[in-house]
Design a protein around this ligand. Structure first.
Ligand code: ADP
Length: 381
């Protein structure tokens, strides 16, 4: 059974075709800025046509072997329990959640509609970014706002990066000898976006991203947490609309905002190498914001057995891992420098006598999405 997975954000697209009989990847493509892929790409249908052209050029060579399409959809509000086969009702509900994720849900919908047209009759499944985090209890998903706003507008923490957190957690439990009960794990997805999750016995206790992916640790171009009073003050001072404020928080802040140079972690490291003061400041704030989440989750769980590091920055940067680990020394974390300095692959980077195991596990969101597609269709591959 071959599944096309579209892991799409507003401007980037990661897609894979996986053969779920052996979970092998037949085609894999990452496009940073799909709209720059040739001047002919004007809309999602044309962008999807590029994907189709690639599939036709590949060893698959025809589209009829694709049995289903899995879409990463960012927000589901409180509508769905799990991944769902897409029909008109699901499309309407994803649309209704658009104001909760205005950057993402409309783009996800556009991909779904393009697939409906260009892959007629092929079942499509929506796999939601917020899924794994549904196990959070009200004490961890509610904000300390008047309760009526939760009732009226479903304002609450939802959490994101489901596929990444669940994938690395499952890998950890499968490949390392963790206690089966009462295991306490913190998974850190640190890439363009950053989210940290506390997981206890297969249940998410709390996660750093909130109602939107803007909350939490500092990110490439997102601020993460700021005093809400600052936003009101700035909006008044500069006469900003909510949309303009959101734009600043999403795309002009984080590493980019502080350094004034770039939201790309590699550029920040290069700035530090050149002794640029603002790059150094951005790096310090970035690592500290992750440290603060890890520490607070240790406190919430009253301990931690393993910390998992994943996504671009933590998979590829020995410097970032070292800086982070040094700030966890009081927890009893001890870094094995040799393991830390190896090129990316799944491995333990803490020493044998470290009180907490630290593991680097490259994430695989597309495989998780494909698995969800198979499960939701009730198919035995
Ligand atoms: P996401 O899945 O959150 O969109 P990625 O996992 O693709 O993000 O991670 C992208 C981030 O990883 C970028 O900030 C990039 O600079 C960083 N990155 C990629 N390679 C390296 C590297 N060799 N050293 C340091 N940072 C890296």
């Amino acid at each position: 059974m071959k599944i096309l997975v579209l892991n799409a954000w507003s401007s980037s697209l990661k897609y894979q075709v996986l053969d779920m009989t052996d979970q092998s990847v037949l085609i894999k493509w990452n496009v940073e800025k799909i709209w720059e892929k040739g001047s002919s790409v004007k809309n999602y249908k044309e962008a999807l046509q590029l994907v189709i052209d690639e599939i036709l050029r590949s060893k698959l060579s025809h589209l009829s072997s694709i049995s289903a399409i899995g879409h990463r959809v960012v927000h589901w509000g409180e509508y769905f329990e799990d991944a769902v086969i897409i029909d008109d009702d699901v499309i309407a509900k994803i649309e209704q959640c658009s104001d909760l994720a205005p950057l993402h849900n409309p783009a996800n919908l556009a991909w779904i509609l393009a697939c409906k047209e260009l892959f007629p009759g092929v079942p499509q499944v929506a796999v939601f970014d917020t899924a794994f985090h549904q196990s959070m209890e009200p004490a961890h998903y509610l904000y300390a706002l008047p309760y009526k706003y939760y009732e009226q507008y479903k304002i609450r923490r939802y959490g994101f990066h489901w596929a990444s957190h669940q994938y690395v957690y499952e890998q950890l439990i499968t490949n390392y000898q963790l206690p089966m009960t009462n295991s306490k794990v913190i998974t850190c997805h640190v890439g363009n976006w950053v989210s940290i999750t506390a997981i206890q016995d297969w249940k998410v206790l709390e996660t750093s991203m909130g109602m939107t992916p803007m909350e939490g640790a500092m990110m490439g171009t997102r601020s993460g947490n700021v005093d809400p009073g600052v936003l009101m003050y700035l909006m008044n001072k500069e006469g900003l609309s909510p949309d303009q404020m959101e734009y600043i928080l999403n795309t002009e802040s984080g590493l980019l905002g502080v350094s004034g140079k770039s939201g790309d972690f590699r550029d920040i490291l290069e700035g530090c190498r050149l002794q640029d003061a603002r790059s150094k400041l951005a790096l310090e704030m970035y690592i500290d914001s992750i440290v603060k989440y890890i520490w607070s989750y240790v406190a919430l769980m009253n301990g931690v057995d393993a910390i998992v590091l994943t996504a671009g920055v933590m998979e590829w940067s020995a410097v970032a891992r070292k800086l982070l680990m040094e700030k966890l020394a009081w927890l009893g974390v001890k870094l094995d420098d040799t393991q830390n300095n190896l090129d990316t692959q799944e491995r333990v980077i803490s020493t044998k006598d470290s009180k907490v195991m630290v593991v680097v596990i490259p994430t695989d969101e597309e495989l998780m999405i494909a698995k969800s597609v198979v499960k939701s269709m009730g198919i035995d591959v």
